[in-house]
Design a protein around this ligand. Structure first.
Ligand SMILES: *[C@@H]1O[C@H](CO)[C@@H](O)[C@H](O)[C@H]1NC(C)=O
Ligand SMILES: *[C@@H]1O[C@H](CO)[C@@H](O)[C@H](O)[C@H]1NC(C)=O
Length: 414
């Protein structure tokens, strides 16, 4: 895959395309953190300077990092976390899918329906049986020290560095509110073929050295592989983070009002609905889209029934208890190319219906994208999740909404 031997001189800026130069520029803004990190690791600042931009290749990895071993080897760091028991009672809590052998299922090719099937689904169907993949970047220690109240889990791709930066400085900022700890993770696959795989991989490893909030699996980060992100995360969560109370799962281009989200969690705790908590922008009675132009087009050969109720994947809230139940039933279901629908299928297997909440606007505040309402801060102040903002829009909206001078005189309604 990628070269792990320490060598620092092989990245020449000249070979990077413009996007990557921008990326590196962005990263250089974070140089301060880099130095802090280097100090924390006991890596001399001089070494740091010499290292230039070569990312994790320059530093011998600490045990337990990037590897898929049984958690942080420093057992004191495990503290009283629920996972500590899993580790100490002899059950090896580690990521076991080590060897990647996802050869295509050749038997499918001989079938009639496969020959009729739209070409763009061929890859999906041929590799449908491959479910769990090796990890390239892991953080077994993420939930190890003390209870995490809310885990923010964000689907992203390597190239969207600016969105991750915006999320980290707004709703995904790791901090503690009234004793309730919030942590953040980004879920990534590997670069798709045709891209500058080697340099992209180095950049993401470098970014992870700075922030320690990336989980990366060795499958191609394509649209139809999003369901892999779902199932690999559920398994990962079950192993490493099951002591978390709640999970918010969303895209890297949404606005989340963290305060309102915590308030919603508070209400749900009072209602004692934790075991079946799954809240979002629910879509009921949908049928597969047969318009071939659509990104969500599904041919009859693949699925020919109405969809179960499901929530828009842009952002939803679930309890840890339910996430673990979803993991169990997901293993008996064939993968489906649309990840939100796949989760709907898992919920149906549990005989659960996701709860609709008007605060989750994963299709925008109004479905008309040009509507001025979509840029009205007072809506953002009263909602929980809003789709779909650029990194700049997110940063701007976050600061406007959190400005004490923002006056929202009337209760906003539509
Ligand atoms: C992968 O699996 C297939 C069938 O299970 C087998 O024929 C093939 O030799 C395996 N390849 C590797 C590299 O292990
Ligand atoms: C998903 O990722 C696997 C592993 O990288 C790859 O073999 C497969 O073709 C991908 N599937 C799609 C539909 O992109």
């Amino acid at each position: 895959m990628f070269n792990k031997t320490p060598h620092c001189t092989d990245i020449t800026i000249l070979t990077l395309d413009r996007w990557m130069v921008l990326y590196i520029f962005n990263i250089s803004m974070s140089f301060y953190f880099f130095l802090k990190l280097a100090e924390k690791d006991g890596v001399g600042v001089k070494h740091t300077r010499d290292a230039g931009w070569c990312g994790s290749d320059c530093f011998p990895l600490k045990k337990g990092e990037l590897k898929t071993g049984p958690g942080n080897s420093d057992s004191s760091a495990l503290g009283n976390a629920p996972d500590a028991q899993r580790v100490s009672n002899g059950t090896p809590a580690s990521w076991d899918p080590q060897v990647l052998n996802c050869s295509e299922d050749a038997s499918v090719r001989t079938q009639d329906w496969f020959r009729r099937l739209d070409q763009r689904f061929h890859q999906f169907v041929l590799h449908r049986h491959c479910r769990y993949f090796p990890m390239l970047i892991n953080h077994p220690e993420k939930c190890a020290d003390g209870e995490v109240h809310l885990l923010m889990v964000v689907k992203s791709v390597i190239e969207q560095h600016d969105r991750r930066e915006a999320v980290r400085s707004t709703w995904g900022r790791e901090h503690t509110v009234d004793g309730r700890k919030i942590k953040t993770l980004f879920l990534l696959g590997s670069p798709t073929t045709g891209k500058d795989t080697k340099n992209l991989q180095k950049l993401i490893e470098y970014e992870d050295r700075l922030y320690g909030d990336i989980l990366q699996w060795d499958f191609m980060d394509t649209f139809f592989n999003l369901t892999l992100k779902e199932v690999n995360f559920l398994k990962w969560f079950d192993i490493y983070c099951s002591g978390v109370r709640f999970i918010f799962k969303g895209d890297d281009d949404v606005f989340v009002n963290t305060h309102n989200l915590l308030e919603l969690i508070g209400f749900k705790l009072e209602e004692r609905k934790e075991p079946q908590l799954f809240v979002g922008d629910t879509i009921s009675k949908a049928i597969p889209i047969r318009n071939r132009q659509s990104k969500y087009y599904i041919p009859k050969e693949l699925y020919d029934k109405p969809y179960p109720p499901y929530v828009g994947g842009g952002g939803f809230l679930m309890s840890s208890q339910l996430a673990r139940r979803l993991f169990v039933v997901s293993e008996d279901l064939e993968l489906y190319p649309i990840d939100d629908v796949f989760l709907g299928m898992c919920l149906q297997k549990l005989h659960l219906v996701p709860e609709m909440h008007p605060g989750f606007r994963t299709f925008g505040i109004t479905r008309r994208r040009v509507s001025p309402m979509n840029s009205e801060p007072c809506f953002y102040k009263h909602l929980i999740v809003v789709h779909k903002l650029s990194a700049q829009e997110l940063l701007r909206m976050w600061s406007v909404v959190h400005n004490e001078d923002l006056v929202c005189a009337q209760r906003t309604s539509m």
